[in-house]
Design a protein around this ligand. Structure first.
Ligand code: SIN
Length: 544
């Protein structure tokens, strides 16, 4: 993972040389004054490849690390010594407490509002913002269910309930929307960052009410997100999803009756629908998910990031394939990191891969992404598709531990080893990275993956874990333990609410590099689901 090429090819190399000379002088002075431990000479891994001066596994890094060895002695997890701040220990989650954004959805039923809400929530949660969707339909259903259970009163939520000429129902729907907004505001005040109000909010007066309510809250930003859709195929697919995925509104109806009723409901909303034209509002209008985007008054870092993400989404059918590189020489030796070539079995995998991928993809276009490391480029070499190399896809940088076996790390850095086992997501290697650092550097990759169609990523264990966790919406604590075995292709098919998954393991033996979660009674289990959730019971108190 050394960056020697980058250093040497830099056009500013003269400036860098001067910086290095200054750093070397400073080191000498520190050494002379006894501030720095004696130099430990580290033999390069191969006589032909000198390690980078400052890179992972390089002599400078090892030398700095040696200098702090005394302060590391005697510490035990979970309170590592304050050696170099943020390095070689657990690094706390960034403080996002100042971020308070309300994203209020706007749109007719079956226009993808819940899809966009869900995607945005998953993306921001992956980046560790606290995000929650407040779905007014869910609140209505949950309350109606509780009312039926407690009071035996059964409300009828057929199309008539959604008619604007039904004054009583309109009032009931308005108060549900307001109650849901109150729950959202309370949650933001308790520490949340982005609350998504998933409702139709389809009239100017409803939006004005939201705006007036939020004006009373200091520091809360309001963005409307309108989802327009005039593609009959997409609308029909959304209607089918509603009818077929067990929406409780339709549990007592046949699919045909449910379909007719839902179309009547849409028609009731259409009669009063007003697209956003209020010039003073902050809003984002998305037409046919990705076809056309209008943006007005979107300012600030997180708001712009939200807008940028939503602009890149599309719903065209596609597959995302993940494969680790074939077994490498380092894998066989039990070493982590490095830039070794493939083993013989790894080469067999590289040769077998094209048939597996072409069988699956057929004539459809596909682009292959690799890291800049030799083992992924070698694995991709026989694939007959366009290939791109991403530095961001390079394996998690193990810093001073690069090129060591886990046993060697445990011996040389026992505290670090314990800290990593204790909290693998937050542990940052000395001079290297944590899983969190990797998530941050993978953000542009996610953005591009969302924009693209069929992609095969030939990557590394930690990298693919981070990407996989995004697509299956898995918690950060479980992320470092996701099983991504060698010689296996994972095929993801994005759906409205999650991804379908198939795994193909080629019959070519490889070492097992998975280390289970230590001391955990239960290993993290991946349960991919594409089901929409219709009840969030524990949130709601019955006021009926
Ligand atoms: C619903 O109750 O299903 C949606 C309510 C709304 O936002 O109009």
């Amino acid at each position: 993972m050394a960056d020697s090429e980058t250093l040497h090819s830099d056009s500013n190399s003269r400036g860098i040389a001067a910086d290095l000379a200054r750093a070397a002088d400073a080191l000498e002075t520190m050494q002379a004054s006894g501030e720095l431990a004696p130099v430990v000479t580290v033999a390069p891994a191969s006589p032909n490849v000198p390690p980078a001066l400052f890179g992972a596994g390089g002599p400078m890094l090892k030398r700095f690390d040696e200098s702090t060895v005394a302060s590391r002695k005697g510490s035990t997890a979970p309170s590592p010594p304050p050696s170099v701040k943020g390095i070689g220990k657990k690094v706390a989650k960034p403080d996002y407490s100042e971020q308070k954004i309300v994203v209020a959805m706007v749109g007719l039923p079956a226009r993808g509002k819940s899809y966009l809400s869900n995607k945005l929530m998953i993306y921001l949660r992956w980046l560790e913002y606290d995000v929650k969707v407040f779905n007014v339909g869910q609140l209505r259903r949950t309350k109606a269910r509780q009312k039926a259970q407690k009071l035996g009163v059964k409300e009828n939520h057929n199309a008539e309930f959604f008619s604007h000429s039904n004054a009583q129902a309109t009032q009931s729907r308005d108060s549900l929307a307001e109650e849901s907004l109150e729950m959202l505001i309370k949650w933001l005040k308790e520490g949340g960052n982005v609350g998504i109000h998933d409702a139709t909010n389809s009239t100017k007066s409803r939006r004005a009410k939201i705006e007036a309510r939020l004006a009373k809250e200091k520091g809360m930003i309001l963005i409307f997100l309108e989802s327009l859709c005039d593609d009959p195929a997409v609308i029909a697919a959304n209607v089918e999803l509603k009818v077929s995925q067990g929406d409780p509104d339709y549990k007592d109806m046949s699919p045909d009756e449910a379909r007719k009723d839902f179309l009547r409901r849409i028609n009731e909303y259409e009669k009063v629908y007003e697209t956003i034209t209020e010039p003073h509002l902050s809003y984002l209008r998305i037409k046919n998910v990705g076809e056309e985007v209008t943006m007005s008054r979107i300012n600030g870092y997180l708001s712009s990031r939200i807008a940028f993400y939503l602009m890149n989404l599309h719903i065209r059918p596609r597959n995302i394939f993940f494969s680790r590189h074939g077994e490498s020489q380092y894998n066989v030796e039990g070493k982590i990191g490095g830039d070794s070539l493939l083993s013989l079995r790894g080469m067999q995998y590289a040769k077998a891969l094209p048939a597996l991928i072409t069988d699956n993809i057929g004539e459809k276009p596909l682009t292959v992404w690799t890291s800049t490391l030799k083992r992924t480029i070698q694995t991709a070499q026989y694939l007959p598709y366009t290939k791109l190399t991403w530095k961001s896809l390079d394996e998690l940088d193990a810093g001073v531990c690069d090129g060591m076996t886990y046993e060697e790390i445990e011996q040389a850095y026992p505290d670090d080893y314990a800290n990593r086992d204790e909290d693998k997501f937050n542990y940052r290697y000395r001079g290297g990275e944590s899983y969190r650092d990797v998530v941050v550097r993978l953000e542009p990759v996610i953005m591009e993956l969302e924009r693209q169609e069929n992609i095969l990523i030939i990557g590394h264990q930690a990298i693919l874990r981070c990407l996989y966790a995004y697509f299956h919406h898995l918690p950060q604590a479980d992320l470092p333990y996701i099983k991504i075995p060698l010689h296996t292709v994972i095929k993801l098919t994005p759906k409205a609410y999650g991804c379908d998954e198939e795994r193909y393991t080629l019959p070519i033996n490889a070492v097992d590099t998975h280390r289970p979660k230590p001391k955990a009674a239960k290993q993290p289990n991946v349960h991919p689901t594409t089901q929409r959730i219709y009840y969030v019971e524990e949130e709601v108190k019955t006021s009926a």
